[in-house]
Every structure is written in C-alpha cells, then in structure tokens.
Design a protein around this ligand. Structure first.
Ligand SMILES: NC(=O)C1=CN([C@@H]2O[C@H](COP(=O)(O)OP(=O)(O)OC[C@H]3O[C@@H](n4cnc5c(N)ncnc54)[C@H](O)[C@@H]3O)[C@@H](O)[C@H]2O)C=CC1
Ligand SMILES: O=C(O)[C@H]1O[C@H](OP(=O)(O)OP(=O)(O)OC[C@H]2O[C@@H](n3ccc(=O)[nH]c3=O)[C@H](O)[C@@H]2O)[C@H](O)[C@@H](O)[C@@H]1O
Length: 444
C-alpha cells in the first residue's frame, strides 16, 4: 500500500458511459484539474449533459458538471472514437448487468472496447471502472490486441446518493496491473486526493470489488436475520445493533435492518461472484445464504402487510412511502420496495406511492402503482401505510395527521424510521423490522 505523494499533473482523460459512475468520474476528474471528454451512446443524455442538465438525483453532481463545462475542462460527445482520440487514460464506466444465469454480462464492456480499440493513442491506458469478474482485464487485453496500451483495473466503491463525496474522499484507491509504470500513471490521476492506494495485480483488483460488496450484503442479511429472530423472541433489534456497534471491530455501519438490501449493484454482484465461483467448482456458502435470506426478508414484508390487513390485501388501498432502493437516490433498479409493490399488486392491493426523488417518468415503476404528490396524499383513505425507503423526511412527517388521514390506522415501518411512541399516542396499530408489533391488527 502506498500513501499519495506524487505531484499532481493535468492529464487528458476520456470516460466511456455517463451514468452514476461515469458522470461522477468525469466531473470529479475535471474538478481535480484534468481535461475530460465523456461519451455516451445515449444521444439525448449527451445533449442534456452538454447543456449542464443532470437528470439523476446525485447531490453536488449537477453543479460540478456545470463548473466543469464552464472551465472548459469537461466536454460531452456521443462519439467514443472522438472522445478517446487524444486521451492518455480511457475510463470504462459502462453497465455490467446480471445475465439470466446470474453472471456479469460483459457485452457492453466488450462492445465499448471494440469501438475504441483502433482509435486509442499509442501508450494510452484503458482503465476499467465497471465492476467486472476476475480475468476481464486479461480478456480485454486480448480483445484490444494492442501491445502499446495497458489495461488497468481500477474498481469504484462510491455509493449512490453520495457519489461525489465518495469519489473525492475515497477510503482507498485500487489500481490493478502488472505494469508498475501504468499503475503509477493511473495513481497520478488521483494525486490530489488524500487516500491510501493499493497497487495490486488485475485479478486481485477485480476480486476486491466483489469481495467488498458481498461482505456488505452478508452483513446486512445477518442483521435482517437477527431482526427476524428478535420479532420471534420479543427482543428489540435497535438496542442490539447499538450495542454491537460499540465494538470497533464490528463498527457502526450497515447495521440498520430493513426490507432487504437492493440497488443496482449488491444483488448483481453477489449473483456474479456466486456464478464465477460455481463455474470453477468452488462455492461461497455464506454469500449464497445471504442472497437466499434476502429473498426471504423481502417476502416477509409482504406477509406482514397481509397479516396487518387481516389476512388479505385484495381491494385494500396500500400507501407506500418510498420506491427507491434507499434514501438519497432516484434509482429503482432492484429496489426491495419495487419487489414488494409487484407482489402486493399481484395479491390485488391498490397501490399508491410517494418518493421525494421521483419525477414520475423513471423506468421501473410497476404498472398498477399510482404516484402521489405527497406523503399525506398516500395516507389519505389507506387501509395500511408502508414505509419502505429510509428518507429522513418520512421520519419528520406529522404522523398523528398521517394516522388520522388513513381509513385504518395500520403502519408497517420496515425501516424503523418513525418514533413508536408517536405512533402509539396517535392510536396506530404498527409493526417494524426486528421489534414486536404494538397490538394485534385484529383489534381494529
Ligand atoms: N451505480 C453505482 O453506484 C456503482 C456502479 N459501479 C459499476 O459501474 C458500472 C456502471 O454502472 P452505472 O454508472 O450505475 O451504470 P448506468 O446504467 O448508470 O450508466 C451507464 C451508461 O453507460 C452508457 N453506455 C453503455 N454502453 C456504452 C458505450 N458502448 N459507449 C458509451 N456509453 C455507453 C449507457 O448509455 C449509460 O448512460 C457497472 O459495472 C457498475 O457495477 C461501481 C460502483 C458504484
Ligand atoms: O458497487 C456499487 O454499486 C456500490 O454498491 C453499494 O452502494 P449502493 O448500491 O449505492 O447502496 P448502499 O448504500 O450500499 O445500500 C445497499 C442496500 O443496502 C440497504 N442498507 C444499507 C445499510 C444499512 O444499514 N441497511 C440497509 O438496509 C440499502 O437500503 C440498500 O437497499 C456499496 O455500498 C458501494 O460501496 C458500491 O460501490
């Protein structure tokens, strides 16, 4: 491990793909003084970004993009060949979604490499930021067939909703390549950041990313398993995780129980690691169990709603607070809230939802879910209100008013956001995750 000490140098950089990772990478590298050309196959996105319009909910990113454009250091194009032509480092930030068999689908990575390979300048660096399985750097080197271009694995660890902050304040920077010179050149791009840099081989760099995400998923499934146990034995998960967090070896993060973990990465990355292990005859039983537990935790939310509605949700108006996979983002990919909504819709519930980050035209909102303009509209006439996303503004709602607006005062708070004493005083029948319900819903 090396501590940063290189003199910052301004470089010409290209970024392929302008999603959560690519746009953040491009805008942040421009803010660090580099000249960045970002490209995307989505022409509408490129046109919007060229005008400084950022459509994803990511604090600080819009301003950084506009500052970059104004400084002349950040540009957007739909042509990958134009973007890479003069770049010293080309960052691949394209999607690696889950294939039907669970593996990482590398089609977009490979097609991006095919597009640019004959246009890369001599002695340039192809830097993989997309999350890719072990062996991808070696495979891309073959596909490139350019001895003068080094392929470097540089996985990204940012969280959605905190993308800019995480990129500019990373816990670590990982640079995987057999070439010391290439590693030094990639590290120099980050020289203005204060972060430990791990220089390693490309296979280890690729695996570090999966190792971290799968560890986080496993930690969360363990907490949600404990929460399930708490409900059965009458213990309170809140006090338990608080005490666990005092132990610095466990630490105070990723201990909040909820409706199961989701998002664009933990589900696909756990599946991809399991698939990669299986392909070589290995197994990761802990990760497998974490994935299975997560399915059960999402199903348990639906079971609770049904039980709290007296055994059936058919024709029941269920109000949903939150559709995104967590607070701070508008991303609906693999959101537990969406999985719960789909199942409740299948069971015949009438669903109305509010999420503060959604405009309403995002892909992924299930048919049968109507969107409300406010949380209070969601509560009005509801047979049950379900808190699914941990937006702080949901905690701060006027809960006595929410309860009063509902047809039945039933609250299922999967994130344990709302103060139970407030709900009790408001006369609600409620349950959370990992704590006993205050009353039997049959008392309604
Ligand atoms: N979303 C996240 O928080 C994180 C994602 N990652 C990884 O980063 C990669 C990208 O993820 P996101 O940014 O979430 O994806 P995204 O779906 O938000 O954006 C990807 C962009 O790439 C564009 N694209 C696809 N093929 C292209 C091509 N050939 N040329 C130019 N543009 C192309 C798409 O149009 C899209 O705008 C994935 O491998 C993901 O696992 C890693 C860390 C965090
Ligand atoms: O590879 C990626 O894409 C990224 O995946 C995650 O980041 P992200 O998907 O933005 O979401 P997290 O903040 O990790 O949350 C994941 C899920 O766990 C849930 N969660 C998280 C923390 C917690 O205490 N409880 C809990 O239920 C969230 O609600 C969410 O559904 C990782 O945290 C990032 O380091 C990684 O770069």
């Amino acid at each position: 491990m090396a501590q940063r000490s290189e003199t910052p140098t301004t470089r010409r950089v290209a970024v392929v793909g302008t999603g959560y990772v690519g746009l953040t990478t491009g805008a942040c590298l421009a803010s660090l003084g580099h000249h960045v050309q970002c490209c995307d196959v989505d022409r509408t996105k490129v046109e919007r970004l060229s005008r400084g319009e950022v459509r994803i909910h990511e604090p600080g990113l819009g301003q950084l993009v506009r500052d970059g454009i104004r400084s002349g250091r950040l540009e957007f194009t739909h042509s990958s060949t134009a973007a890479v032509r003069r770049a010293e480092a080309i960052f691949l930030c394209v999607p690696t979604p889950m294939a039907p068999d669970g593996s990482a689908n590398l089609a977009q990575v490979e097609s991006a490499v095919r597009e640019v390979r004959d246009h890369l300048p001599a002695d340039s660096l192809l830097v993989t930021k997309s999350t890719v399985p072990v062996g991808t750097a070696a495979r891309l080197s073959e596909l490139l067939d350019r001895r003068d271009v080094a392929v470097v694995s540089n996985p990204e660890f940012l969280r959605e909703g905190l993308a800019v902050r995480d990129f500019l304040n990373p816990d670590r920077i990982v640079v995987g390549t057999a070439s010391a010179a290439a590693a030094r050149r990639v590290s120099e791009l980050y020289a203005r950041l204060e972060a430990p840099t791990v220089h390693t081989d490309s296979a280890s760099a690729e695996l570090i990313k999966y190792a971290a995400n799968c560890f986080l998923a496993t930690k969360l499934s363990y907490v949600n398993d404990l929460a399930e146990l708490c409900e059965r034995v009458g213990a309170d998960i809140g006090g338990i995780t608080e005490c666990m967090a005092h132990d610095h070896r466990i630490a105070n993060s990723f201990l909040r129980p909820g409706p199961g973990w989701g998002g664009s990465c933990l589900p696909k990355d756990t599946a991809a690691l399991l698939h990669a292990a299986e392909a070589i005859g290995a197994d990761l039983p802990l990760v497998r169990a974490a994935v299975e537990a997560n399915r059960r935790h999402q199903r348990r939310v639906v079971d609770k709603v049904v039980a709290m509605c007296g055994g059936s949700v058919t024709g029941v108006r269920v109000g949903m607070l939150g559709l995104a996979f967590k607070a701070g983002t508008d991303d609906l990919r693999d959101s537990p809230a969406i999985a719960v909504a789909r199942r409740l819709a299948e069971l015949g519930a009438n669903l109305i939802a509010f999420d503060p980050a959604l405009r309403g035209d995002e892909p992924g909102i299930p048919a049968g879910v109507s969107l409300a303009d406010s949380a209070y509209q969601v509560a009005k006439g509801a047979g049950a209100v379900l808190v699914l996303t941990d937006w702080p503004e949901f905690r701060d709602l006027d809960w006595p008013q929410m309860v009063g607006l509902a047809e039945k005062p039933v609250i299922i708070d999967t994130r344990n956001l709302v103060d139970p004493r407030v709900l009790e005083r408001a006369g609600a029948v409620f349950c959370g995750t990992g704590r006993a319900p205050n009353r039997d819903s049959g008392e309604l």
